[in-house]
Write a protein that binds this ligand. Structure first.
Ligand code: SF4
Length: 428
């Protein structure tokens, strides 16, 4: 089993979504859902440049008129979605992601936050709010708006503190720009700073990886995410898959051990945090209730996951954004693309998203939710045989080596149906 099959950040993946026919009205979709503690997600599909490793829904070089038209469309969508939700629906957490949300100017960010507060009804001053940013766009004027409006977590994609490595990962940036951005974020006083780093870059060695880890640790960020690179480095031509896997696994273990020794706790294969600093802005996987706004955002109810059309390729992303900004309010009253979860898929989702956390799957909680034991529902012996999984009456957990192989274990737990849909999806 190869260690780097896929990053399972959600189940099922958007490539398993299909056009819904008929398109269900959102008022019906949300009518019977618990809506007292929803997660609000706003998607900004713009970036100043396209990183070589990116497979997110985003476009570069968006002109100001397009950004403005996108915010207009988000406003129409927010109105329609809010009308469809029960009147007493409440948001417990808000996150703004992308893309790069700080591609927006300070005044545009204020407009976006107004939408979250005034239209959707999120109480940003009293609930966690997470925002993603980049070294080039984390400017004091934008950060001031974010801080004043109650942002509790800022996450910045640094990837490497070595300019040549950043360039090799096709994210050209200067160390000085990164340090200036980090200083500005710290000066703005957000409770939680998260720094993203990447391992597996061409030319990266244990020594250079250690250098980047230490440069990140110098800021004592409350959270650090370590991401394996997934797009083969161009300069790695001739390198065997096996060698690249071995390089990534070795750098992963080094990074994990280094952060643990620095006092961080491991939350998942990618996430490490200082004890006692949870920001509360992560989507809690076992619960449902996510309301996404924006053309790349997903929304989750217990039975239906839905979004707009998905694409990664430049031409199709642009076409979808162009279509989105022209949509009338009525187009936002229905779910367009999606995946309906039956009982077994709900169990599977709960299993996958719990098991890939260091905390593991809480067996009594699973039993209380589904009326059965997870080990009776899913055959996990193959992972236990490899030394990747242990269980006791309270939890099923991945071992340290199991966590290291999260990107193999997650995909291996997909249902045949989801796998078929993903395989037959024509990536655009
Ligand atoms: S900044 Fe993030 S979303 Fe934008 S291109 Fe880079 S990886 Fe993708």
């Amino acid at each position: 089993m190869r260690p780097y099959e896929a990053y399972v950040y959600a189940y099922p993946h958007k490539t398993a979504y299909r056009e819904l026919d008929p398109r269900p009205p959102l008022a019906k979709v949300w009518a019977a859902e618990p809506t007292d503690a929803l997660f609000l997600y706003l998607h900004v599909p713009f970036c100043e440049m396209r990183c070589g490793f990116c497979n997110l829904f985003t476009r570069t070089g968006a002109p100001a008129e397009l950004v403005s038209a996108y915010l207009d469309a988000l406003g129409r969508q927010a109105q329609a979605v809010r009308r469809a939700l029960p009147g007493d629906a409440r948001f417990a957490t808000t996150a703004i992601g992308g893309g790069t949300p700080t591609y927006l100017e300070a005044s545009e960010l204020a407009r976006l936050l107004d939408l979250a507060e005034q239209v959707m009804g999120a109480d940003l001053a009293a609930t966690p709010l997470g925002v993603e940013t980049s070294p080039a766009t984390a400017t004091p004027d934008r950060l001031t708006v974010l801080a004043e409006r109650g942002t509790t977590r800022v996450s910045i994609g640094v990837q490497s503190f070595i300019d040549t490595e950043a360039k090799a990962a096709l994210r050209p940036q200067r160390r000085s720009e990164v340090e200036t951005a980090l200083a500005a974020i710290r000066a703005a006083g957000f409770p939680t700073l998260n720094i993203d780093l990447i391992y597996g870059i061409a030319g990266q060695t244990p020594a250079t990886w250690r250098y980047s880890l230490d440069a990140a640790l110098a800021w004592r960020p409350e959270e650090i995410y370590l991401y394996p690179l997934y797009v083969r480095p161009l300069t790695g031509l001739g390198q065997l898959d096996r060698e690249w896997d071995d390089q990534r696994l070795a750098l992963y273990r080094q990074g994990r051990d280094h952060l643990l020794a620095a006092g961080y706790e491991q939350v998942s294969m990618r996430m490490f945090r200082l004890p006692g600093t949870g920001s509360g802005t992560e989507y809690c996987c076992q619960t449902d209730g996510m309301v996404g706004l924006g053309c790349g955002a997903r929304s989750y109810t217990a039975d239906l996951h839905y979004s707009f059309e998905y694409a990664v390729g430049v031409r199709h992303v642009r076409a979808i954004i162009d279509e989105f900004v022209g949509l009338p309010a009525t187009a936002f009253e229905v779910a367009n693309y999606g995946f309906e979860l039956d009982d077994l898929e709900r169990r599977r989702r709960h299993l996958i998203q719990s098991l890939l956390q260091a905390e593991g799957l809480d067996r009594p909680a699973y039993q209380a939710r589904f009326g059965s034991d997870a080990l009776d529902d899913f055959p996990l012996a193959t992972f236990a045989d490899r030394g990747w999984l242990t269980d006791d009456p309270s939890h099923i957990r991945l071992t340290p080596e199991g966590l290291a192989h999260s990107d193999a274990i997650g995909p291996a737990l997909f249902s045949g149906h989801v796998r078929d849909l993903m395989d037959s999806y024509a990536l655009r």
